[in-house]
Write a protein that binds this ligand. Sequence first.
Ligand SMILES: NC(=O)c1ccc[n+]([C@@H]2O[C@H](COP(=O)([O-])OP(=O)(O)OC[C@H]3O[C@@H](n4cnc5c(N)ncnc54)[C@H](O)[C@@H]3O)[C@@H](O)[C@H]2O)c1
Length: 144
Amino acid sequence: MSVDSMTGKVVLVTGAGQACGRVIAEDFAHRGASVVVNDIDGHAGEETVRRIHAAGGVATFVKADVSVEAEVAALVEAAVGTYGRLDVAVNNAGTEVPVAIADSDSADFATVFAANLEGARACMKHEIRAMRAWAAERSSTCRR
Ligand SMILES: NC(=O)c1ccc[n+]([C@@H]2O[C@H](COP(=O)([O-])OP(=O)(O)OC[C@H]3O[C@@H](n4cnc5c(N)ncnc54)[C@H](O)[C@@H]3O)[C@@H](O)[C@H]2O)c1
């Protein structure tokens, strides 16, 4: 992919406050995309945006917990409200099981299932709806 291959595209990256998500967000910004940086940790997410801006990129932070569908809906709405559409979504937010499975009970897995499974489902639902809405709008503009 050439460095400017994502110019004009809008990309949402969940869990982009550190590690893999931050690298993914920075890479899309480097390629010219406008990036919506999401994380449950406001400080970490703002730091990713600061780094992207310092490198000359375009990014906005939206705090949301992906395991709460209402927050996911607001996140996607904020992305579309800020940049007008959504082209790409990277559902990276997730968490680890905090104990060895041999020592675990179902409560230990509740957060993991909520963020890693239910969170991914809720994100895809709202992202796909936003992508379809943009595609429908674009095709009706083309027919005019
Ligand atoms: N790093 C690995 O070796 C590895 C291996 C397999 C899978 N994964 C998965 O890949 C993803 C990224 O890995 P990583 O190592 O960068 O993880 P990480 O734990 O370093 O970072 C995850 C980010 O997601 C955020 N986050 C957690 N729960 C959230 C929620 N409910 N809503 C919004 N943000 C939330 C955290 O604040 C953090 O910034 C994770 O989903 C992880 O489970 C990682």
